[in-house]
Design a protein. Structure first.
Length: 118
């Protein structure tokens, strides 16, 4: 039996998602990002391993401490944005939790992962 995939957002990721939703009427870029996120969430529901796996040694300590995650996957979005998520399961149900930790632009992504500008 295939497990159901439930999507849960961190408070930070939910705030960004909501901001994009509020601005989508007047901003073509925000509307494009919001639509892309929704499509990627559907792909994650269909295949929880859809994203690129980030090596454990590169997972930011902030995420390990704040969310107690041991895995992290990345999905690329338009305009060099990224969506990061971790997988877990619900002990009481047959459900995989895709926990969206962050939705961020390329500059914030590089900073979070310690990448330097060349």
């Amino acid at each position: 039996m295939k497990k159901k995939v439930a999507i849960k957002f961190s408070d930070e990721a939910k705030a960004i998602y909501d901001q994009l939703g509020e601005r989508a009427q007047s901003s073509k870029v925000d509307r494009m990002l919001l639509n892309a996120i929704d499509k990627k969430l559907d792909l994650i529901r269909a295949n929880c391993f859809y994203g690129d796996i980030i090596p454990k040694k590169l997972i930011p300590e902030e995420y390990k401490k704040k969310y107690a995650i041991t895995n992290l996957l990345r999905v690329e979005l338009p305009c060099f944005w990224r969506m990061l998520y971790a997988l877990g399961d619900d002990e009481n149900q047959i459900v995989i939790i895709a926990f969206i930790t962050d939705i961020l632009d390329h500059k914030k992504y590089n900073k979070k992962f310690g990448y330097k500008k060349h």
